[in-house]
Design a binder for this molecule. Structure first.
Ligand SMILES: Cc1ncc(COP(=O)(O)O)c(C=O)c1O
Length: 308
């Protein structure tokens, strides 16, 4: 099982031909692929709203809309969506509100408090937190979970018993690990904000984040993902990445080790620039999944790469 198995099973168990989803445009790439490449084969359609225009959400709702879906914070741009607002809209239109809580973990944010019916986690990320196993979880309303459970039992995306045991051990240290991740991430964000080779930094608990107040309302701490734009566009991003020495260069996140990703030259390089910009991926955007190393080591690696 994986986070994507949890996402797929949730939709597949609850939707039928003709149903419609309203989702934030900024969703994980494979979730976007489900919405655009696979669900239309079964006559399930999706409309996207812009995370920075929440006032437009209701205009996408039709009589066939069944699920309202979002991730917050978003991947990779670390935008924040107001869960209370989503909860109110879902209630008013009788929709099932599903939140992918991957970046926040259940320790930092509990969407059910704001009206979510179901919450999905990729346990591959901070819940395992040590890059050892893949896993996915959906929690929430018991009647809905029963449907998803029956679907999963019949179709096979089960968690292996050994991985389930590893993840149950990981949960015992989740709070201490995530506290430290967040402490390091805030320091990295503050360092980057003060660096002349950086255009801007986005981190939920930086006062400069456009949705800082919403983040403070719904999150305990800011999480471990920092997004920033290095000066010099695609080449600037590539140069920065090539100069990194200690941090890992990978597409994973939520590991004990700090991981640096440059989406426009790696994970999202197949998208056109216009498509990348629609989900806030500028050429110089770098995503850092801040790990548990000593903060001085993380900052000195980022500093030497920025000044290379
Ligand atoms: C927000 C989000 N949701 C879901 C997933 C999918 O998780 P998994 O890799 O466990 O399938 C990811 C993976 O990066 C993610 O970032």
């Amino acid at each position: 099982a994986t986070g994507m198995a949890a996402v797929f099973s949730t939709f597949a168990a609850l939707l039928k031909s003709g149903d419609h989803i309203v989702s934030a445009r900024s969703v994980f790439g494979s979730t976007h692929a489900l919405f655009m490449n696979y669900f239309p084969k079964w006559n399930i359609t999706t409309s996207y709203f812009d995370v920075n225009e929440p006032e437009t959400i209701e205009s996408f709702i039709t009589p066939n809309t069944k699920i309202l879906y979002a991730e917050t914070p978003t991947n990779p741009a670390v935008d924040i969506i107001d869960l209370e607002l989503l909860g109110t809209i879902a209630k008013k239109h009788n929709l099932i509100l599903v939140i992918d809580n991957c970046f926040a973990t259940p320790y930092l944010q509990q969407p059910i408090k704001y009206g979510a019916h179901l919450v999905i986690h990729s346990a591959t990320k901070l819940i395992d937190g040590q890059g050892r196993v893949l896993g996915g979880i959906t929690v929430g309303n018991a009647d809905l979970i029963r449907e998803i459970y029956l679907f999963s039992r019949n179709t096979g995306p089960a968690l292996s018993p050994f991985n389930a045991w590893i993840l149950s051990k990981s949960l015992e240290t989740l709070a201490v690990r995530v506290d430290k991740h967040c402490d390091n991430a805030l320091k990295v964000a503050e360092f980057l904000e003060s660096h002349p080779n950086v255009n801007w930094v986005k981190y939920p608990f930086l006062k400069s984040h456009p949705q800082y107040e919403v983040a403070k309302k719904q999150m305990k701490l800011g999480g471990n993902i920092v997004a920033f734009e290095v000066k010099g566009g695609i080449d600037g991003g590539r140069k920065f990445l090539n100069a990194i020495k200690m941090c890992s260069l990978a597409a994973n996140l939520g590991d004990t080790r700090t991981i640096v990703t440059h989406p426009s030259s790696t994970t999202h390089s197949k998208l056109s620039e216009a498509d990348r910009l629609q989900v806030s991926i500028t050429d110089g955007l770098v995503r850092i999944s801040v790990g548990l190393e000593h903060i001085d080591d993380i900052i000195s690696d980022l500093k030497q790469a920025l000044e290379h």
